[in-house]
Design a protein around this ligand. Sequence first.
Ligand code: FES
Ligand code: FES
Length: 197
Amino acid sequence: MNDPNPTPAEAPVDEALTTLEFTLNGDRVVVATRPSRTLLEVLRYDLDMVGTRQGCDEGDCGACTVLIDGRAQLSCLTLALLVAGKSVETAESLAGAPRMDPLLDAFDRCNAGQCGFCTPGMLMSATALLRENAQPTRRQIQQALSGNLCRCTGYGAIFRAVELAADIHAGKTARDEELAGPSVLPPALPVPKERKP
Ligand code: FES
Ligand code: FES
């Protein structure tokens, strides 16, 4: 059987397809794929789940981070067949029913997604952190995201977004004003004096 979805850089390979079954964002999926494919390739090229980024493709940037059975893992270094029977979560899961994950709201409010290339990987590393530690310190956030590179170097906004998401999860809102910072609105114009007729 020919591979119906070759990745962009690869020439057709005479490799028999095999069936892979796993849970993707809560749904059971069955896909015919080549045994040599990585999980990243299966997600993007066999399942059209393009939220997971293909950055360096060699384990350096973290853009391809997904959760496998709840743990943050690099999908570019994971052979797809190894997730058979497991649960895989991608960034798409954060926007799904029943409600949007507070991390998305927080990234938006803190302007943490600049070009957005690293954002899905950041979101998944942060998701794994917040499930394990609902109120992480700044240092713990930095450590949890240390494998995720941001070429736009917007780390400060990203760290603040994770803190805000933790506060939203906890039902706190105290940090909102702090995050908003000083007002950028110009001072009010003087009220014009009434003209005499
Ligand atoms: S694409 Fe996987 S670490 Fe860069
Ligand atoms: S927002 Fe551009 S690479 Fe991180």
